[in-house]
Design a protein around this ligand. Sequence first.
Ligand code: NAD
Length: 288
Amino acid sequence: MKIGFIGLGNMGGPMAANLIKAGHDVTGFDPAGTPDGIRAAPSAAEAARGADVVITMLPNGAILRSVADQVIPAMQPGAVLLDCSTVDVESARAVADQAQAAGLMALDAPVSGGIGGAQAGTLTFMVGGSDEAFAKAAPLFDIMGQKAVHCGGSGNGQAAKICNNMILGATMIATCEAFALADKLGLDRQAMFDVVSTSSGYSWSMNAYCPAPGIGPQSPADNDYKPGFAADLMLKDLRLSQQAAEAVAADTPMGQRATELYEQFVEHEDGTGRDFSAMLPRFEKRKR
Ligand code: NAD
């Protein structure tokens, strides 16, 4: 396929490289420069011109909207605008409407799996949009990822992503505060892990990404809490969850509290640039 790839940062760069490795004809654009091995266009519109699929991997919804304004007029009818960024549901739906009004197909397909997953081609895509658009993009999901779940119409990929990450933020905090409480009660961390990981308190945060160094499988806790999944990105996703919850008047008290705690950690403590599981040393240091 002829592919335009806009936004070649930590995630977009390796995703585009995997498409090239698989034999696709990729032209990229990023104002910060194009990584080696990816043919560069002088603008987003030029990268999009004549492409079968235009992929965007951008920081936020405002930038996505501005890039959409540039690329949609340059795209050929029937082409797919495939946004893999994590953005607010409202921007995802607005951009999809704009693309469809111009005779294009649109998909929102945020990912989980992080930079390692982007490099290894093992991302999970959560996808919103039509069956036809999903079928056209499916071979690309197979290259860049190991799983793509079609979640329904436009915006539903973003909805799935923020609901998942709202659960993740809240369970990571619950896991970390429980470890810190266990410490203060004199309960050994290994014993705590052995019980919880096989009992009803288990979760991905405990079992697969244990925030306690030296306990459970290898995780960022074993590497001085270097991300992994940065607390800053968790805060971004939690904020998106609360923005969405407000828009539809959903009551999300745990999501709200998790947002407040990550905001405190990132903006007023030492959380920025650390893995999101570094909430454990934070709780260790604190008193009630
Ligand atoms: P990044 O900052 O490394 O990359 C974003 C790129 O977009 C940058 O290179 C930037 O120059 C480019 N850009 C900015 N404005 C642009 C414009 N107008 N036109 C074209 N390009 C423009 O960020 P990233 O880590 O690659 O994340 C990208 C998206 O993926 C975000 O929405 C993020 O939330 C999401 N995401 C990231 C991770 C992760 O672990 N990094 C995991 C899952 C999802």
